[in-house]
Write a protein that binds this ligand. Sequence first.
Ligand code: PMP
Length: 436
Amino acid sequence: MGDTNAAEFDRARAAIPGGVNSPVRAYGSVGGTPRFLTAARGAYVTDVEGREYVDLVASWGPAILGHADGRVVRAVVDAAGRGLSFGASTPTETELAELVEQRIGPVERLRLVSTGTEATMSAIRLARGYTGRDVLVKFAGHYHGHSDGLLAEAGSGLATFALPGSAGVPASIAALTLVVPYNDPDALRAVFASHGDRIAAVIMEAAAANMGVVAPDTGFNRAVVDLAHEHGALVISDEVLTGFRVGPAGWWGLEDGTETAYTPDLMTFGKVIGGGMPVAALGGRADIMDRLAPLGPVYQAGTLSGNPVAVAAGIATLGALDSSVYRRLEEASRHISEGVSAALAEAGVPHAVQRAGNLFSFVFGDEVRAGVRDYAGAQSQEAWRYPPFFHAMLDAGVSLPPSVFEAWFVTAAHDEAAIDRVFAALPAAARAAAEA
Ligand code: PMP
């Protein structure tokens, strides 16, 4: 085994395409050598060279309590001791479904899968099976995983690598996806006016966080639901990223009980629901969900779905998410985002902080000083200022998302000591962004 990140990267590239099992990990948009991690605890990750970093990736969201939280690890170890996988029903699957249904009103039934990609893919099949229609509407810059038909103009890795879509997706499948600008109800209205009777569903991120963070305008999610329902289409609200992170009932819960409250027909979850293990889910109205096999004609299945070890991590994580955790996430999020913004301002870097609950990211450049509302806006920024900023932070022991088009994630373990380390690294990083 090589004992440096560079040696590990060389070795990995000879064995694994690009040396990675998910593209953004290759540092394609920031350059340099990815860190190969060997351990993660609390707010910190450790690389193969023994260097420790304050982690603002949090496994892209799941590590909401901090890495290797004792309660979660104990639950996993206990479950593993009783068997790794049964391929049969367990009481704990029902318990996790009940925990979600108690928190999130529109979820009357929940089906567990293993990845967010599976959750959205299955939700779309279900929406098509339920409505008997084929066309799907998605928003530019929203990411819903890598299934065929969802990659057109998607954010996340695709925005990073600036690909138009993906090779290997048949044109006939891509042609069933209509891509509409985000936060533009008139554009959506126009699409419904011309294709309304063919549209099975609109899929949306409840708050976009895969083109950087771009919150929905006030009332936008409500407008999407109203328009879709006027035309007999369903709404799939994708909370894989926001679910249980921005609040106990995700983004839906932040708007519930307000003037902009909205009721999606189906919802998808991932990341936090598995607490770092592979759990994701689709849920929603009982009469729609009950169209899934074995009750209904829409097929969906999984050998490892509801895996007992993974489900134990999810139950322990959701169980630990009390109001004090969300308070700490909010504090850490405010503290760090304001500190970054102050350092950038001090160095003369024009920028804006993009926020959605405790999620945040930054856009760079004079043109975007007022913030961005859609994918075109996110793409118009001075993205080249981010790589030098990222590397200066990394050199100083702070691991940020390796792309300007990703959200920053805090955990409940980001205490004063961790935040102090971030602050210590900021002035030099902000100067690097200024000089880019
Ligand atoms: N939907 C959203 C909103 C996501 O953020 C992601 C992953 N970042 C996915 C779906 C896909 O989830 P997974 O990577 O688990 O397939």
